[in-house]
Write a protein that binds this ligand. Structure first.
Ligand SMILES: [Zn+2]
Length: 319
């Protein structure tokens, strides 16, 4: 049995940083409900599809936007995730720090994209704020965190430990993970204890081109994901962490559905529902970390599947 974490980063963007207050209401509707001429394909659709297949997802919810727009929109997102029986955890894009109505700390007036650009003290304050906002939004106690754009460092882990958050899932060897300071000089493939928290890295693989690629619904085909999960199972790995977003089934303009992505998501749900004895979808609540093993081998996917993915990408762009 392999533990599969289907993690969805939930966030709202207003298409820039100007006229935020005027743009927010429509952005919220698009990112949360995703109404399109072809139907509704935002966060709510994903929550429902997972539930209808008897599956479970972890929703890392970006919370700092509530320092600008108030607790209600955040509570609406939390309410939806809970209504469909999935898990609420904390995601944080510190790009919102300088947009807050009230300063979160001194010298918070310039925009910084990544958590690692903040001091340990600032990161500790930010994570405490994120937890507080989720609790105010009735999200309950947070047990896991993911930094926006995977831009974390060892200070983030110390800040999580100081806030009693036991799990982090910010390490991505294909995006800044190698510079995070976790296991310097090594590539992290499996959960590891570091600085008082357990790090659950994004699952990465070699797609035959020699570069690392992370397991993301929007960036891998069903053939690739299914093959990689089977390989991880054979290797008796502890965890397989997949990334998605609340807007993953929409086109880049977020005004229409991406039909190939919808088909891919449905196929993923069907596959997981058909293989429950092999793959257990789970989250971080009540997770007790098993003995850590140090998997050092890279998962691999054959080049022909990469070519197949590239052909699918070309088709996606035509919609
Ligand atoms: Zn994000």
């Amino acid at each position: 049995m392999l533990d599969v974490f289907f993690t969805v980063d939930v966030e709202i963007w207003c298409g820039g940083w100007k006229n935020l207050d005027a743009r927010f209401p429509q952005a919220f509707q698009q990112y949360v409900y995703g109404r399109t001429p072809k139907g509704e394909y935002g966060l709510r659709y994903q929550l429902k599809e997972l539930r209808d297949h008897g599956l479970y997802g972890v929703f890392f919810i970006e919370s700092l936007f509530a320092t600008r727009f108030g607790i209600e929109p955040l509570a609406e997102i939390v309410g939806l995730v809970q209504e469909y029986g999935h898990e609420v955890q904390l995601h944080m894009h510190p790009e919102w720090v300088d947009e807050a109505r009230e300063p979160l700390f001194k010298n918070s007036q310039h925009k910084r994209q990544f958590m690692r650009q903040f001091s340990l003290e600032e990161q500790t304050i930010l994570i405490a704020k994120g937890m507080q906002l989720l609790e105010q939004a009735n999200g309950g106690r947070v047990h896991a965190f993911r930094a926006g754009s995977f831009g974390f460092n060892r200070d983030t882990l110390h800040a999580l430990a100081a806030n009693h958050i036991p799990f982090d899932s910010s390490y991505n060897a294909s995006m800044m993970g190698l510079e995070s300071g976790v296991l310097p000089g090594q590539v992290l493939h499996s959960p590891v204890a570091c600085d008082g928290v357990i790090e659950y890295p994004m699952t990465i693989f070699d797609d035959g081109t020699g570069s690392y690629r992370h397991a993301q619904l929007g960036a891998c085909t069903n053939l690739e994901l299914e093959g990689l999960m089977k390989q991880a199972l054979e290797q008796q790995r502890q965890a397989f962490v997949i990334l998605s977003h609340n807007f993953e089934l929409m086109n880049p303009q977020r005004d229409n559905a991406d039909l190939i992505m919808i088909k891919r998501f449905r196929r993923f749900c069907e596959f997981m529902a058909e293989h429950k004895t092999a793959f257990q979808m789970r989250g971080f609540h009540q997770l007790s970390p098993a003995t850590m093993t140090s998997d050092s081998s890279m998962l691999t996917s054959p080049l022909w599947k990469t070519m197949h993915r590239m052909a699918e990408q070309v088709l996606r762009r035509r919609y």
